[in-house]
Design a protein around this ligand. Structure first.
Ligand SMILES: Nc1ncnc2c1ncn2[C@@H]1O[C@H](COP(=O)(O)OP(=O)(O)O)[C@@H](O)[C@H]1O
Ligand SMILES: [Mg+2]
Length: 221
């Protein structure tokens, strides 16, 4: 979690208006999410011990992840920009459209978006095989719940929170990828590589793959 004072200080390195910094929506493991004006959110990198060990993300890597998602999953990526800090070359802020009505996708609702999810998994196949990177499907907030759902064979209680459900103007469900940080499946690939990150990402990816198969019957290859 990034405190508001620290957030305002960090913001000074960017062409953003501090007056538009709103409430905290989520204090995630990797980022603190603030509302920004009416229609956007800002994702500021946490400076926690966890992130120190995991390996802090840099502008270069986050920017590349977003460009890859734009290329491979254009229909599903939430409108996202990565801003570059003026004070430090590694600093970044992710600016994204705000989805006030976004819902995490529960196993109960999953059948409504199954085809879309399968399309995201297909796009992810190309990411894995061409870039050794993968979308992080579950997200930290619901990982344990979903793992438990998979272990006990209760797909209804699974929850996806990095890929969320929004309704379009006609009330049709749409999936949107909101967590843009890709998991690193091969060591020595990224500019800001770290051994702990690779270990964590690989372990979580192996579990994720099994969970998606168990819960939804979809094969992540
Ligand atoms: N564009 C958005 N609109 C509304 N809520 C969001 C948006 N992006 C993130 N959030 C909220 O913040 C949480 C964490 O966001 P995420 O990008 O996954 O951060 P982290 O990198 O810390 O996992 C989400 O689960 C959601 O509740
Ligand atoms: Mg997340």
């Amino acid at each position: 979690m990034m405190e508001r004072a620290d957030a305002l200080e960090y913001l000074a390195g960017f062409a953003l208006d501090p007056a538009l910094l709103g409430e905290v929506l989520s204090a995630g493991r990797q980022h603190t999410i603030f509302r920004y004006g009416e229609a956007q959110v800002l994702k500021l990198p946490n400076k926690s011990l966890y992130m120190k060990i995991y390996g802090a993300f840099t502008y270069e890597v986050v920017h590349r992840d977003v460009e890859l998602l734009r290329r491979y999953a254009p229909r599903y990526l939430a409108p996202t920009e990565v801003l570059h800090g003026n004070h430090n070359a590694d600093d970044y802020i992710v600016v994204q459209d705000y989805y006030p009505a976004a819902r995490f996708v529960s196993g109960h609702e999953f059948p409504r978006v199954r085809d879309q999810f399968a399309e995201i998994v297909a796009a992810n196949h190309a990411l894995i095989h061409q870039h050794s990177l993968s979308i992080d499907f579950f997200g930290n907030q619901s990982f344990r719940t979903s793992l438990l759902a998979a272990v006990t064979g209760q797909p209804g209680s699974a929850l996806l929170n990095n890929v969320v459900l929004v309704e379009d103007d006609a009330g049709k469900p749409q999936l949107r990828i909101i967590d843009v940080n890709l998991s690193e499946l091969r060591l020595g690939f990224r500019a800001d590589d770290s051994l702990p990150r690779w270990l964590i990402d690989n372990g979580l990816f192996a579990l994720t793959r099994w969970m998606i198969w168990r819960l939804f019957g979809i094969e992540v290859r």
